[in-house]
Design a protein around this ligand. Structure first.
Ligand code: ADP
Ligand code: MG
Length: 260
């Protein structure tokens, strides 16, 4: 089964500009783990926005977790809660505790009346506590978000998204603000929780060599288009790295001395 299927996607932020997305066909299988790589401005975040239904006025066909995404309307809550999002800058509520931040991920499951009064069902509690346990945050549950380190904050963000019981996790540069050891911990965790929950993972990053062992597949984007789509391997990661260097700074790549 496909988790994602895109066909003839075109999108530009301003008409007349170069398209921010121009993708003929892209399919991602259920449970697959994919790294989406490309320089700043390649369209990675825009593509994630389209996948979770926040992008307007694009053309083409997009089916995500069995639902056809509309370019005109924000999707309903039943769809939105199936897509978990993890951001580079964590996006936690600073003054809330770890528990409260993780609980926020559960709000999409509450009826409007319940979410206004913050009433949780036993099932909500169970999902929140399971998410906290899976991410190893039990000891920190009552600490405020602004007291935590970067790695811990990203674990809270992952727990918040697990509380949604997502079928797909979109992680937009989740390791860019972390040191290499914390970055590996977060990648390990993302892979572990996605395997456990059979969720599809799409992770954008600038670090193909680091992420290649965590993903099944590497997709490179440039100027809104897919320029490489291969099984993850040392060779494909190196290929992306080389393409990447040229895309990032063609002159530097071109003028590099043949040998040093
Ligand atoms: N809100 C926006 N308004 C106008 N242009 C945007 C906006 N967001 C992104 N862009 C442009 O769209 C292109 C793709 O951006 P983005 O998806 O953020 O790339 P990436 O995540 O790969 O860095 C870039 O040229 C960027 O400048
Ligand atoms: Mg981005």
């Amino acid at each position: 089964m496909q988790a994602l299927s895109l066909e003839n996607i075109h999108f530009g932020y301003k008409s007349g500009d170069e398209p921010a997305l121009d993708i003929g066909r892209l399919e991602i299988g259920s449970g697959e783990r994919v790294a989406l790589i490309g320089p700043s401005g390649a369209g990675k975040s825009t593509l994630l926005k389209l996948i979770d239904g926040r992008l307007r006025n694009w053309s083409g066909k997009a089916v995500v977790l069995g639902e056809t995404i509309s370019s005109r309307r924000t999707p309903g809550r039943t769809f939105s809660r199936k897509i978990g999002f993890v951001f580079q800058e964590f996006a936690l509520i600073e003054r809330q505790t770890v528990f409260e931040n993780v609980r926020n991920g559960r709000l999409g499951h509450l009826s409007t009346a319940r979410s206004v009064f913050g009433r949780l069902t036993p099932e909500d509690y169970k999902q929140i506590l399971t998410a906290i346990e899976e991410t190893g945050l039990q000891e920190l549950m009552h600490r405020r978000a602004d007291e935590l380190s970067g790695g811990q904050r990203q674990r809270v963000a992952i727990a918040r998204c697990l509380a949604q019981q997502p079928g797909m996790i979109l992680a937009d540069e989740p390791i860019s603000n972390l040191d290499p050891v914390r970055a590996r911990e977060i990648l390990d965790l993302l892979v572990k929780v996605c395997e456990l929950r059979q969720a599809t993972l799409i992770i954008t990053t600038h670090q193909p060599m680091l992420v290649r062992t965590y993903v099944d597949r590497i997709i490179a984007l440039s100027e809104g288009s897919v320029i490489l789509d291969e099984e993850s391997s040392p060779a494909s990661a190196a290929q992306v790295m080389a393409v990447y260097e040229e895309m990032a700074d063609p002159l530097a790549a071109h003028n590099k001395p043949a040998s040093v």
